[in-house]
Ligand binder design. Structure first.
Ligand SMILES: O=C(O)CCC(=O)C(=O)O
Ligand SMILES: [Fe+2]
Length: 304
């Protein structure tokens, strides 16, 4: 699992150039990395985890006050059931749109713990800057103008938080916490559990574990960056395994292009040797969930 010092990516020194090359290599092989030196205080990340834990450990009756409506993707609950033969994940989650701010559905936002709302607001503010800096670095790592991904991402990017709670599972050999999938985002930033592993990425047909690094952020590319980069950066398939002894918690932030923005392979990455791989897409997330729940890869539907 690659580790990238993202503080270095902004520097134009030789070490900065070297780190850009590491970034390009990580995203075109694994599609993910552990980000260190990201500028967020460790104590703040601990607070975010703590608030997440407090929320997920509330009594079920209290969490059910934020239950997802049957036709909504936001709220507390499990998978949306779209067919009888769907495999359910061994997880409960709370899913919230955080940005744009005027699209927050506050009826799903817990008020307990009391600092929940302000903490998640601050967390989103921090991650927004990291996502934007990374999109610039990703463009520079391919010798492109630094705003070429950011322009498709837009100023009113969609940021969605998913609080994942994986209870202990008596049969980890039979059940997954989260079935294999690739994310529909542009990029995803995940805060991992500090004690229990579980996330795995598929590389060269093998599942690679994400080791615990308490103060790193796990970052992976989603389908929309695979599209913009014309397939150079890989949106990796990943899954979460269950554990019979320990429960596990994680907090994923999905950063996706602004609603209505057209997303397509960047001009500079299409040539005779690398023909255009993907069509132009808009509001990719709208169709993503249907394919996802059928166990299909949504990105296959937008191949040329
Ligand atoms: O639980 C994790 O570490 C990852 C979660 C994830 O992949 C997701 O929510 O899409
Ligand atoms: Fe994921």
């Amino acid at each position: 699992m690659p580790i990238i010092d993202i503080g270095r990516l902004k520097s134009s020194s030789p070490t900065g150039e070297e780190e850009l090359e590491n970034l390009r290599s990580a995203l075109s092989s694994w599609g993910c990395f552990q980000a260190i030196n990201h500028g967020i205080e460790s104590s703040f990340l601990d607070k975010v985890r703590d608030v997440t834990k407090q929320l997920l450990e509330l009594p079920m009756e209290e969490k059910q006050r934020y239950s997802r409506a049957p036709d909504d993707i936001e709220g507390y609950g499990n998978d949306m059931v779209l067919s009888d033969n769907q495999t359910l994940d061994w997880t409960d989650r709370l899913f919230l749109t955080v940005n744009p701010e005027d699209q927050r559905k506050l009826n799903y936002w817990p008020q307990n713990p009391e600092v929940f709302r302000e903490t998640m607001h601050e967390h989103a503010t921090n991650l927004r800057l990291i996502a934007e800096d990374l999109l610039k670095a990703m463009a520079r790592s391919l010798n492109l103008e630094e705003n070429c991904f950011l322009n498709q991402y837009g100023d009113a990017a969609i940021m969605q938080l998913r609080f994942n709670f994986y209870p202990r599972c008596p049969r980890p050999d039979l059940v997954l916490g989260l079935k294999p999938h690739a994310d529909g985002s542009a990029i995803t930033i995940v805060l991992q559990d500090t004690e229990v592993e579980g996330l795995q990425f598929l590389k060269d047909d093998q599942w690679g574990r994400v080791p615990i690094m308490p103060h790193a952020l796990l970052i992976n590319v989603g389908d929309q960056i695979e599209i913009m980069s014309n397939g150079i950066f890989k949106s990796p398939v990943h899954r979460v395994v269950t554990n019979s002894k320990r429960e596990r918690i994680s907090l994923a932030m999905f950063c996706s292009p602004e609603s209505g923005k057209e997303v397509e392979p960047v001009e500079g990455l299409i040539d005779d040797k690398r023909p255009r791989l993907y069509k132009k897409v808009k509001n990719y997330l709208d169709t993503y969930f249907q394919y996802y729940q059928q166990g299909k890869r949504p990105i296959d539907a937008v191949k040329v």
